[in-house]
Design a protein around this ligand. Structure first.
Ligand code: ZN
Length: 91
C-alpha cells in the first residue's frame, strides 16, 4: 500500500511536470513568433501581451543558463546570462 501511494505520487508528479513543460514549450514558440513580428513598442496592448509572456517564461521555464559576453562599446563588454531555451536574461 505504501509503495502504491509513493508510486501514484510519482506518476502524478511526472504528469504535472510534463504538462508544465508542454505549456512552457508552447509559450516559447508563441513568444518567438511575437518577437519575429518586430518591436511594436508604440502598441501598448501588444507590448503588454509580450511582457506577460516573458513573465510567464521567467517563472515557469526550467532555465538552462548560458554565460555570454556582449560588446557595449569597442572597449567595453559586459557579461550576461541567458536561458538557451527561452532567451530570458539575467545580469
Ligand atoms: Zn528559460
Amino acid at each position: 500500500m505504501f509503495y502504491i501511494i509513493i508510486n501514484s505520487a510519482i506518476i502524478y508528479y511526472n504528469t504535472f511536470t510534463m504538462e508544465q513543460e508542454h505549456k512552457t514549450d508552447c509559450m516559447i514558440r508563441a513568444i518567438n513568433i511575437v518577437r519575429e513580428c518586430g518591436g511594436y513598442t508604440d502598441d501598448h496592448e501588444y507590448m503588454k501581451i509580450y511582457s506577460l509572456m516573458g513573465a510567464y517564461l521567467k517563472k515557469h521555464c526550467q532555465h538552462e543558463w548560458v554565460k555570454d559576453t556582449i560588446d557595449i562599446r569597442e572597449d567595453y563588454s559586459r557579461i550576461i546570462f541567458y536561458c538557451q531555451k527561452c532567451y530570458t536574461t539575467e545580469s
